[in-house]
Design a binder for this molecule. Structure first.
Ligand SMILES: [Zn+2]
Length: 180
C-alpha cells in the first residue's frame, strides 16, 4: 500500500534538517487536517493537527472561562482589597500589605425597576387616550401661547404611546397626573 492510500491527507518525506534530526534520514510529514500546514509526524499517523491549530483550539478555553470574583473596573482603583485580604494598587498586588486592610466593599448594583408588560400596556392606553383629547383641544385653540403647553404634553404622550419612555420618566407621577 502506498502512503497516499493509507492516509487521506497529503504525506511527504523530507530530509532531516533540524538540529535534532539525523542528517541523510527522511522524515514523514503530513498536512494538518484543519489548516493544511505540513508538520512532522510518526510513521503510523493517519491524521494530524499542527501545533498552531492545537494552540488555537486550546488557549481560548483556558483563558476564556476564568471567572473573576472582583468587581468591574477594580484595576482602576488606587487601592483595592479582595476578600482574601490581598491588597492591590491600581490592579498591582502588594504582597507586603496582605491582611493589613479591610476588604473593599463592592457596591451592590441597584437594578432599575423594569415595567411589566401590563404596566407598559396600561401606560400606552392612557397615553393614547390623552393624545386623542389633546389633539381635539388643540384644534379649538387659536393662539400660539395656548397651543404651546398642549404641544409639549402631546410630545410626552406620543413617546409613551409608542413605548419610548423618556429618560427621566416617572411612572407614578404620570399615572397620578393623567389616569382618569
Ligand atoms: Zn493546522
Amino acid at each position: 500500500m502506498s502512503e497516499e492510500e493509507k492516509s487521506q491527507y497529503l504525506v511527504e518525506y523530507r530530509p532531516g534538517t533540524a538540529w535534532n534530526e539525523r542528517k541523510g534520514t527522511m522524515y514523514r510529514w503530513m498536512e494538518c487536517k484543519r489548516c493544511g500546514q505540513m508538520s512532522k509526524c510518526s510513521e503510523d499517523t493517519t491524521a494530524t493537527t499542527c501545533s498552531d491549530c492545537v494552540a488555537e483550539l486550546v488557549d481560548p478555553v483556558e483563558i476564556g472561562y476564568k471567572k473573576s470574583d472582583k468587581p468591574r473596573g477594580w484595576t482602576l482603583k488606587g487601592v483595592f482589597v479582595d476578600k482574601e485580604g490581598n491588597v492591590y494598587h491600581k490592579g498591582v498586588e502588594q504582597p507586603e500589605l496582605k491582611g493589613s486592610l479591610k476588604a473593599t466593599e463592592t457596591e451592590k448594583r441597584i437594578p432599575s425597576k423594569r415595567m411589566t408588560k401590563n404596566e407598559k400596556n396600561e401606560l400606552i392606553g392612557i397615553a393614547a387616550l390623552n393624545l386623542h383629547k389633546l389633539k381635539r383641544k388643540l384644534q379649538t385653540l387659536r393662539w400660539k401661547k395656548d397651543k404651546k403647553p398642549i404641544l409639549s404634553e402631546i410630545k410626552l404622550h406620543s413617546k409613551v404611546a409608542s413605548a419610548k419612555f423618556p429618560r427621566n420618566f416617572n411612572r407614578e407621577e404620570y399615572l397620578s397626573k393623567y389616569k382618569k
